[in-house]
Design a protein around this ligand. Structure first.
Ligand SMILES: C[S@@+](CC[C@H](N)C(=O)[O-])C[C@H]1O[C@@H](n2cnc3c(N)ncnc32)[C@H](O)[C@@H]1O
Length: 278
């Protein structure tokens, strides 16, 4: 990210609102989840998932979906491979990520294959399940990425994908899109992927609580007028914990037009035909 001085940003626009391009400083980044091996890592991750509604709801969905998958699972944009432990014994795991993962996202894990460019380092039709967690919003060419999912999957293979919906602009500037259910229908059309299902994670109440929590959190993170913000943040802690409990309770009610993120499922058509995406 290019750090544009505050003054310059204020004058870059005819109005007094700052121009947000080429980027803004991030005071806070999403928590770093690691592959769970030690007991301490498991306890820490469970606690973080309770606080972090995005990864908590993703974990819930993947804990239902992943253990049933067989064959080869390809985790694309795998980061630190935080969901690998959910994979059952009948499946094998391969994690791939882009070569900029460490520089742009701070992720580096030893048994990940890093690649450059848009073509994945996998043979066509060789994968039983593509897993793609909170990655699609960071990919500039969404259509090309969906074409790669389709190319990698064997006929009948499944894709399990998650994206945020009500989330901050994060990993700036590498956060490009938010998707809706109809957006997914358009994106997957003619891709060779069918039987599309889009599930909301959370609902309007979850979103309201999530935003209240994010506000309190931002008061407690570094930035201007740190003392005043910290004081306000500490005074708001009871509100934070109330929102946290409410948000977790709200997950019992399925969302419709608002949610914190989507979990998307689709299958590769059980017959081979050329993919016509362009
Ligand atoms: C928010 S992280 C998610 C990491 C991991 N899936 C998780 O849930 O913790 C986004 C990931 O997308 C990867 N990524 C960014 N652009 C990509 C691209 N064009 N193709 C594949 N992965 C990409 C990043 O390197 C990073 O690991």
């Amino acid at each position: 990210m290019v750090d544009v001085p505050e003054e310059e940003r204020m004058t870059a626009s005819p109005e007094s609102r700052p121009n947000l391009l080429p980027g803004v400083a991030e005071n806070w980044r999403p928590p770093r989840y690691v592959r769970l091996s030690s007991r301490w890592q498991k306890v820490r991750a469970t606690f973080l998932r309770f606080l972090d509604l995005q990864s908590g709801t993703i974990w819930r969905d993947l804990a239902r979906l992943l253990p049933g998958e067989r064959g080869q699972i390809l985790d694309v944009g795998c980061g630190m491979q935080p969901y690998r432990s959910l994979i059952g014994r009948e499946a094998s795991y391969v994690g791939i990520d882009v070569s900029g993962a460490e520089k742009d996202f701070g992720f580096q894990s030893p048994d990940t294959t890093y690649y450059a460019g848009d073509r994945w380092p996998v043979d066509s039709g060789s994968v039983d399940c593509v897993l793609c967690v909170e990655t699609l919003e960071h990919v500039k060419d969404s259509r090309g990425f969906v074409a790669e999912i389709s190319r990698a999957l064997r006929p009948g293979g499944r894709v399990i994908l998650t994206v945020p919906f009500c989330a901050r602009w994060h990993f700036i500037p590498h956060d490009y899109w938010r998707f809706t259910p109809s957006g997914f229908a358009a994106l997957f059309a003619d891709s060779g992927l069918t039987d599309l299902k889009v599930w909301a994670r959370g609902n309007q109440l979850t979103v309201a609580c999530y935003k209240v929590m994010a506000l309190v959190f931002s008061l407690l993170s570094k930035g201007k007028r740190r003392l005043l913000r910290a004081l306000l943040g500490i005074l708001s802690l009871p509100v934070f914990f109330l929102a946290l409990v409410l948000a977790n309770l709200s997950l019992r009610v399925p969302g419709t037009v608002d949610c914190i993120g989507y979990t998307v499922l689709a299958r590769k058509e059980p017959f081979d035909r050329p993919v016509s995406l362009y």
